[in-house]
Design a protein around this ligand. Structure first.
Ligand SMILES: [Zn+2]
Length: 120
């Protein structure tokens, strides 16, 4: 394997290490809406709805689920949603590297190659 291919393998390792740091990851979307409650006689039933309240929307087994986000958790949830975008960017970069290695016939070999700066 030549030097430029080894550099690619080293870059792939760095990208995958970044992935490990994205621990707040939330794969979903965020929405805010107004809602009514179950208390009889509450003003929300006369049009003065509660909110806005935040929800994370996720999909499980073909169904949409909305998970309520308490106000004090909104900032950390938004951070987790941004980390999801970072994960997608990393997946694209690793995919491009692996496809390049495949075209050069080096993908399988890349599993065992030693790269500069590797400690083990
Ligand atoms: Zn109410």
């Amino acid at each position: 394997m030549n030097a430029s291919s080894k550099k690619l393998v080293a870059k792939r390792r760095r990208l995958l290490q970044k992935l490990e740091g994205l621990t707040l990851l939330v794969h979903g979307s965020y929405l805010e809406r107004f809602s009514t409650c179950s208390r009889k006689g509450c003003a929300c039933h006369q049009g003065k709805k509660h909110g806005p309240r935040g929800y994370v929307v996720v999909h499980r087994e073909g169904r949409q689920r909305q998970v309520y986000v308490p106000q004090e958790q909104v900032a950390v949830i938004r951070k987790g949603l941004r980390q999801h975008q970072q994960v997608l960017a990393l997946l694209r970069e690793v995919t491009d590297i692996n496809l390049k290695l495949m075209r050069d016939g080096l993908l399988e070999e890349s599993l065992t190659v030693e790269t500069p700066g590797e400690s083990s």
